[in-house]
Design a binder for this molecule. Sequence first.
Ligand code: FES
Length: 146
Amino acid sequence: MMYSEKVMDHFMHPRNMGEIENASGTGTVGNAKCGDIMRIFLDIDDDQVIRDVKFKTFGCGAAVATSSMATELVKGKTIYEALEVTNKAVMEALDGLPQVKIHCSLLAEEAIHAALWDYALKKGITIEGLKPPVNDIGEHEVEEED
Ligand code: FES
């Protein structure tokens, strides 16, 4: 399996690792299949701009690298811009991931969405286009059986 230089860099030197006390929103998601868990903390100002973001990942190297890149991509963005940061965008920014590691990048996307959901709940607002979070993103994976 080959990882790009960017993946290795973000794995070895993760950006924005840690937590935010009294975060505007936090989101935790896991994938029951591999057992990996990710938590995202968002600090959102009155203009709905993400001022700070931190993550904690108990997971594989690809999960760490995608979390790191995802936090870099949503930092300074509005909540609506952050919604558009898909796992595809994260993978592109990392110059790709091996096929078997693509699901890892979903953790970051889902954790950000879960944190935005938490923020919306706390604020009593609705974020257009945001779906309720799932705890186990493995539920999203389509099982192909005959
Ligand atoms: Fe589970 Fe990568 S193997 S997130």
